[in-house]
Design a protein around this ligand. Structure first.
Ligand SMILES: [Zn+2]
Length: 211
């Protein structure tokens, strides 16, 4: 089941009034084609019928995968998530993300069977190295996949002012060490729709260094 709302919108470029189909959420098992559109980052694209004006729409969205018992609430900055943890998703892994790139990353992590908190620790270590080697103070890294031949974790790295990512991978050992850190700290993702991100990873690593 996908939940759909049709809205009237006006093209910001040519003023043409049109209908826009808002997807409040999708079920990944019932709508694999919509899941694919998340993974190729086109699900929220909108194009004007008249002038071809293009926009990436931003609104709250809920991703549910009953097979993996996973539910992800995408709640862009400035919007409120209407999602309450209901009985139907009791026992599900629940995550909250801010944008499509983060939603895609979470799906890829859980589809690969990884623990997203451990992946955030790996990412933190990788970013520290890459910031030095690229001599940049900021970069964005997103989990991409586990490489089939080496078992390494591959990340898409977005450098400042570069629209296309570069790819870097880390050994599975780094992931296993990260799991060990989490076990030592007895750290788990927070209850409810948890934000598992770089900030949480840094906080845990500081705790670990102070043991
Ligand atoms: Zn238009």
């Amino acid at each position: 089941m996908s939940t759909e709302i049709v809205k009237d919108i006006v093209c910001p470029q040519c003023g043409e009034p049109q209908k826009y189909r808002i997807l409040a959420g999708i079920n990944a098992v019932e709508n694999p084609e919509l899941k694919e559109k998340i993974l190729d980052e086109t699900l929220f694209d909108w194009r004007c019928d008249r002038c071809n004006y293009f926009a990436a729409m931003v609104y709250p969205f809920l991703y549910t995968d009953p097979e993996k018992q996973l539910v992800i609430s995408m709640c862009p900055a400035g919007t409120d998530s209407a999602v309450e943890p209901t009985e139907a998703i009791r026992g599900y892994t629940k995550r909250s993300v801010k944008n499509l790139a983060e939603l895609k990353e979470k799906i890829l992590i859980f589809d690969a069977g990884c623990d997203d908190l451990a992946v955030e620790l790996v990412k933190n270590a990788l970013c520290a190295i890459l910031q030095k080697s690229y001599k940049v103070s900021r970069l964005h890294a997103y989990f991409s996949r586990i490489l089939p031949d080496t078992g390494e974790l591959e990340f898409a790295i977005f450098l400042p002012r570069q629209p296309k990512p570069v790819y870097h991978s880390t050994r599975m050992e780094v992931y296993k060490q990260s799991q060990e850190v989490l076990r030592t700290l007895d750290a788990k993702a927070p209850e409810g729709f948890a934000v598992v991100d770089t900030r949480l990873a840094r906080k845990l690593l500081t705790e670990y260094q102070n043991i």
